[in-house]
Design a protein around this ligand. Structure first.
Ligand code: MG
Ligand code: MG
Ligand code: MG
Length: 300
């Protein structure tokens, strides 16, 4: 057994966890996760009867492959004292290394898509892992509704579904999303942190959380709670701005809650916030539709 560990980003999602498991299996490496699995990922692993990877919260001294991220702020703690030997990802590069390493990044909807393409022959003979990759594609592309979706994601998903024996891709996608698509009765801190990413925008620390819902009214019902938590987080953790994206996957749009300068939000999204939030039609992707305009507003 090799001592290489394949690991995804903090606040792990289905793509990062499933890609780590599958890539570790392909290469004979070990998979690990830097944080607890969310309900959606737990549902997927349970569905395919695959055990959760062990928790690794400090990677100092380890040999790592990073999947589904390369942003230093999203990497497991201790990674500055680890050896990173490879990156497989579908995000923009913001990673500097001192030695040459393997990097495989493609502008597609999920890291699972990158793996399914490159290792198609291997995946063909491993239906359980095909199922994990399919779940990751459907999760990251929000069942192909996200603007991050490419034709390659759809093609790969169709192939994976055949291998995994999933006959109705849409219905399976909704089952996956339903596992996490409610915030009812959950502590607001958990809601905001379950999918939360830190960014560095021109030297300013910005945090962006996201949740996907079947009904955005669940956010409206708790708007005051959301806003006060964001303000607390901003003040306590040295953020220039904290944003929480409540995405309605049926209406295909998002309510953006924020703590920070309203003028920056207006500059980024071309719309005046009403109080501490704004609705943006068609916005579903943090990576493609929220982080880039915010970064531009902070740096230009
Ligand atoms: Mg991810
Ligand atoms: Mg991903
Ligand atoms: Mg995501």
């Amino acid at each position: 057994m090799s001592d290489v560990i394949v690991i995804g980003h903090k606040a792990p999602d289905t793509d990062t966890v499933c890609s780590a498991i599958v890539y570790a299996a392909i290469k004979g490496y070990k998979a690990a996760t830097p944080g607890e699995l969310n309900e959606e990922t737990a549902w997927v692993l349970n569905y395919f009867k695959v055990p959760a990877p062990p928790l690794l919260q400090n990677a100092a001294g380890k040999k790592l492959v990073l999947v589904d991220h390369n942003e230093p702020a999203q990497v497991v703690d201790g990674a500055d004292q680890a050896e990173i030997i490879e990156i497989v990802d579908h995000h923009k590069m913001n990673f500097v290394c001192n030695t040459p390493i393997y990097v495989h990044v493609e502008p597609v909807g999920s890291t699972a898509t990158v793996l399914a393409k490159k290792y198609a022959d291997w995946v063909k003979n491993n239906p359980t892992y095909a199922g994990l990759l399919l779940s990751a594609v459907l999760s990251d592309t929000v069942i192909f509704k996200s603007p991050t979706t490419t034709d390659e994601d759809k093609k790969v998903a169709a192939d994976l579904a055949k291998i995994a024996g999933i006959s109705d891709i849409q219905a399976f996608g909704i089952d996956i999303k339903k596992a996490k698509a409610s915030i009812k009765g959950k502590p607001i801190a958990d809601v905001i942190h379950v999918d939360f990413k830190d960014f560095d925008f021109g030297g300013k620390k910005v945090g962006i959380g996201q949740t996907e819902l079947i009904d955005i009214n669940e956010c409206y019902d708790r708007a005051g709670e959301i806003s006060s938590y964001l303000n607390e987080l901003k003040a306590g953790k040295g953020y220039a701005m904290v944003v929480f994206i409540g995405t309605d996957i049926i209406k295909e749009g998002s309510e953006l809650y924020f703590a920070g300068d309203a003028a920056v939000m207006e500059k980024a999204f071309g719309k005046k916030p009403e109080g501490a939030s704004m609705w943006l039609d068609g916005v579903m992707s943090r990576k493609k539709q929220v982080a880039p305009p915010l970064e531009k507003a902070f740096t230009s």
